[in-house]
Ligand binder design. Structure first.
Ligand code: ARG
Length: 282
């Protein structure tokens, strides 16, 4: 009897984590610069160094390759300094591509440039969107459902458009802190049913929704969110995130993930890091 109770009281053993290989799209920061200000991180008066940006970006690309992912690259265009943030270029689910339509005119030309790449790359189900959406910056797939940010960039009407196009349930979440203007700056998907996020970046209602959907989520502290620790890429085992997010790195390790710290300080001057540089194709 006692032995039986003991067994019942044991926490369920954590299943071993395994990495899933992904196909990724990135854009070399050849023309990287901060020449305008569309988020609070950007200061056009502060000098940038395109050489350092290239080096840091290359290290991220090589890290993906060493972990068994495949990386394709889209040709950067002069005059589009934010094109390095490939996550914003589109949203891809099951091979279907929802084009991006940017909020700010400084980035609008990126939408058609990315959609062109998909058309030429043999993707056949493409949708040029009716409503403003900033791609996988605001759309994150968690298993067979999607989380969708709004509040700063993506129009909430886009959420219904995405749900209709992909045929997956889309849950809208409202961002309220301008430092965390895209969903992927405040929340990262870790596995088909796990996320980590920074609660203060969301409206009270959206926080309640996240608690309801992910009661066991990793909650980020302010200091980790402030170094863009949530702008992370996970393959189910390895989690690539800014190396300065030491608290999150420890929390991830406790949960059985393999956190890998990355240094992308130059790109942070534009308000982007690991996930922003990465568009998940599959
Ligand atoms: N400077 C860019 C912007 O404000 C940064 C985009 C970062 N991308 C992202 N997926 N969060 O639009």
């Amino acid at each position: 009897m006692a032995a039986h109770t003991d067994t019942v009281d044991q926490p369920a053993p954590r299943p071993a984590r395994t990495a899933v290989a992904h196909r990724l799209l990135m854009c070399r920061p050849q023309y990287f610069d901060v020449t305008y200000r569309i988020n609070p991180w950007m200061n056009p008066h502060k000098p940038t160094d395109a050489g350092t940006a290239l080096l840091q970006w290359e290290q991220l690309r090589e890290l993906y390759l060493s972990l068994g992912h495949s990386v394709e690259v889209i040709e950067p265009l002069e005059g589009l300094p934010d094109m390095v943030f490939a996550a914003n270029g589109a949203t891809v689910v099951d091979g279907k591509v929802l084009g991006a339509r940017f909020r700010h005119r400084e980035r609008t030309a990126e939408g058609p440039a990315y959609l062109d790449w998909f058309a030429q790359g043999g993707f056949t189900e493409l949708l040029w969107p009716e409503h403003i959406n900033e791609g996988e910056g605001d759309y994150l797939r968690v298993g067979r459902r999607m989380l969708a940010g709004t509040g700063f960039r993506t129009d909430p009407r886009s959420h219904a458009e995405a749900q209709e196009f992909f045929g997956l349930p889309v849950t809208g979440l409202t961002l309220v802190d301008p430092d965390f203007y895209h969903l992927d700056t405040a929340l990262a998907v870790l596995s088909p049913d796990e996320v980590m996020y920074y609660p203060a970046a969301f409206s009270p209602g959206s926080r309640a929704v996240l608690r309801e959907m992910f009661p066991d989520a990793i909650l980020a502290r302010a200091q980790d969110a402030a170094v863009f620790g949530l702008n992370a890429f996970s393959d189910g085992l390895n989690v690539l995130l800014p190396q300065a997010a030491t608290g999150l790195i420890a929390q991830l390790r406790e949960r059985g993930f393999n956190p890998v710290g990355v240094s992308l300080g130059e790109l942070l001057k534009a308000g982007g890091s690991v996930k922003c540089c990465t568009l998940t194709l599959s």
